[in-house]
Design a protein around this ligand. Structure first.
Ligand code: G3P
Length: 282
């Protein structure tokens, strides 16, 4: 299988369980919402407890450390706190603090202008980065251009398919479009299909040849229970009534700031991640 399989989650018990069921996992992605959903974090929230920010960060570090120990040969994505007002300097400060937590971290920055500016600096310094909340081909082109010169495996871009489906657009088209656009490039950015909600998202990502897919426990469990099926040559993705997303001709050789990277779902996603994170803090 060309595609690497990651778990999308914030609970090491799920990682352990899936390692038992699948016999492998190639990595894991986390985000502030998933950390807030970790059972220990949720129990504290349910008791009405809030922690000082340093303790919330220490909790995140502990979770990531445990997951990294379970997946020593994989990659574990750790996300910086970023609300729509967070600038690149603050993102880079957090990245510098989080990156040494584990030996196999990818630091997640949002695919807005501030996140791309942070990623440009971080990648040039050799840091592994994962551009999250990607909803457009322009954002993926900007990721490519901002991290030019990075090594293969150093940079991931995470298009969120489920959230595009939620508003009637065929999120899997964005995966196909980015893969097609990147074929003209040097391969330094890997496409990580994210916001996977169904087994068909996973199967179609395999059929398209996405470099990586991250899926929640429920989907990977379903995949394991069905005997880890692969899409055959006759596989057809059930698009249903989702509207196609047309391919755009974009020039990967342009400077990243020439791409229009604004997207309302990126801004909304940052609002939600930061609200879930802030709910943990006293
Ligand atoms: O991989 C990204 C993921 O955590 C977001 O998924 O279902 O909240 O759109 P979702």
């Amino acid at each position: 299988m060309k595609t690497r399989i990651f778990l999308d989650g914030g609970d090491p018990a799920e990682t352990r369980d899936l390692l038992g069921r699948l016999g492998f996992l190639d990595g894991q992605t986390t985000n502030p919402t998933l950390i807030a959903r970790n059972p220990a974090a949720r129990a504290r929230l349910d008791r009405g407890e809030r922690l000082p920010e340093a303790e919330v960060l220490a909790f995140y570090r502990g979770v990531v450390h445990e997951i990294s120990g379970l997946l020593p040969a994989g990659s574990v994505s750790v996300e910086v706190y970023a609300d729509p007002a967070t600038g690149p300097e603050r993102m880079l400060e957090q990245a510098a603090e989080m990156y040494p937590w584990i030996p196999n971290a990818h630091i997640k920055f949002p695919s807005n202008a501030a996140g791309l500016a942070a990623a440009e600096t971080a990648a040039a310094a050799g840091m592994r980065v994962n551009m999250t909340l990607c909803f457009s081909q322009e954002q993926a082109a900007a990721t490519y251009a901002a991290t030019r010169g990075a090594a293969r495996g150093q940079v991931f871009v995470s298009p969120f398919v489920g959230r595009l489906d939620d508003r009637g657009e065929d999120g899997m088209d964005l995966i196909a479009n980015i893969l097609r656009m990147y074929r003209a490039g040097d391969g330094h950015v890997e496409v990580l299909t994210a916001s996977v909600r169904t087994l068909d998202h996973l199967l179609f990502a395999l059929a398209l040849g996405s470099d990586i897919v991250t899926a929640p426990y429920k989907i990977l469990r379903e995949w394991a229970d069905r005997g880890v099926p692969q899409p055959g040559a006759d596989y057809r993705y059930p698009r249903g009534t989702l509207r196609p997303i047309p391919y755009k001709e974009l020039d990967l050789a342009l400077p990243w700031r020439q791409f229009d990277v604004a997207h309302d779902l990126t801004a909304q996603g940052m609002e939600k991640f930061s609200a879930d994170w802030n709910a943990l803090i006293r």
